[in-house]
Design a protein around this ligand. Structure first.
Ligand SMILES: [Ca+2]
Ligand SMILES: [Ca+2]
Ligand SMILES: [Ca+2]
Ligand SMILES: [Ca+2]
Length: 373
């Protein structure tokens, strides 16, 4: 019988001891101790649950003020001392190229309490996605002029081979009002509002390569947005592609190839400044659908054709509803990111994709088009 070999024990030892009376601070000096052992429960490499040696363990505070990466010892253990109290994302990972598998385990922990907290972190196997969304810059850069036209999506090839994106589609999801929360989790497609397609034909032409470890920047408009929007905006002159809607008054940089819309919806591939989902699919199959009481048409993209999907939201109020099914993104990126801040969200590690954007993504002070922070 399988049994629990390891527990995480978290002890905040005397975090508040140095302060007293009315001056006691909210966030005390780092006194928390975290003892962790990463355990493989995948059953892929061994039937027993054993500690994973040399796993990468990343500890990030929810505000991203604290971030550190550690490696487990031969027993799969790490001991961390001196952590400031606060909320943390803890993520252990280990890549196995041979099996094309990512072993990963995650926890969100609150270290505010002085009392010892005990928990378990299990690592399980997630297939690695060859093509991932590496960064989404959606926030906008100038609130006084409502300027957000410098948005971009950055893709990354995490394999050792050149991939061809001919005919692939890049999609923005639609308001969840179209599907109820229950429907969202049961249908076998994701709903797209904007769908833009790479040139060429999938599996036939080879016009859109992305090399091993390479990034592709897909710009709303491939121009230097400093000129139009100000200092915080992004120069996208050197973008690899731009979204171009020939039916509307959209900008077209002739030196930058276009992704073109497959519907007449909207003016450009613009991203909601607060909350939406973005996904990339092979484009081999999709269907159009009209929904009563909503503008459309919408595009139903089969989940099996989706290579990567990321949902983001700056906040989660009482009326919060998901845009994407948890089956393709179990979390949310962009926590705390504000509109027109000129900030961006990016994968903590290129190619690292556990299908939970709460853990996989972090907020960046400034966008990094074409590279990683
Ligand atoms: Ca455009
Ligand atoms: Ca162009
Ligand atoms: Ca993913
Ligand atoms: Ca980047």
């Amino acid at each position: 019988m399988k049994r629990l070999l390891v527990i995480i024990s978290i002890a905040c030892a005397g975090a508040f001891m140095s302060s007293c009376g009315l001056d006691k601070p909210d966030i005390a000096e780092g006194r928390c101790v975290l003892v962790l052992q990463a355990v493989d429960t995948s059953g892929v490499f061994t039937e027993d649950w054993v500690g994973v040696a040399n796993a990468k363990v990343e500890i990030t505070s929810s505000t991203f003020a604290y971030k550190n990466i550690f490696a487990t010892d031969d027993m799969g253990r790490i001991v961390l001392e001196g952590l400031p109290s606060g909320d943390y994302y803890i993520q252990a990972s280990m890549r196995n190229e041979e099996r094309n598998l990512l072993l990963t385990g995650q926890k969100k922990k609150n270290l505010r309490s002085e009392a010892a907290v005990k928990d378990t972190l299990f690592m399980s196997g997630v297939p690695m996605s060859p093509l991932v969304i590496n960064e989404i810059y959606y926030a906008g850069c100038n609130g006084s002029s409502f300027y957000f036209y410098d948005q971009f999506v950055e893709l990354y090839n995490s394999t050792n081979d050149t991939l061809y994106l001919d005919g692939y589609i890049v999609c923005r999801s639609q308001q969840s009002e179209v599907l109820t929360a229950a429907q969202l989790e049961t249908v076998d497609f994701a709903l797209a509002y904007y769908v833009y397609q790479f040139p060429g034909s999938r599996g036939v032409t080879h016009e859109c390569p992305i090399g091993p470890g390479e990034y592709l920047v897909l710009a709303s408009d491939a121009v230097d947005h400093h000129y139009y929007g100000g200092a915080l905006c992004v120069d996208l002159t050197n973008a690899d592609y731009e979204f171009f809607n020939a039916l509307k008054n959209d900008f077209d940089n002739p030196r930058v190839p276009n992704l073109v819309p497959i519907t007449s919806t909207g003016v450009d591939f613009s991203l909601n400044l607060g909350h939406t989902g973005v996904f990339v699919a092979t484009g081999e199959e999709y269907t159009f659908a009209e929904y009563p009481s909503s503008p459309g048409p919408f595009v139903q993209v089969p989940l099996r054709t989706i290579l990567d999907a990321v949902e983001y939201s700056g906040s989660q109020g009482p009326t919060f509803r998901r845009y994407l099914t948890l089956r393709i993104d179990a979390g949310l990126g962009g926590n705390g990111l504000t509109r027109y801040s000129g900030q961006s969200i990016e994968r903590k590690t290129p190619g690292f994709d556990s299908n939970n954007s709460s853990f996989d993504f972090e907020n960046l002070g400034a966008p990094t088009p074409g590279y990683s922070h």
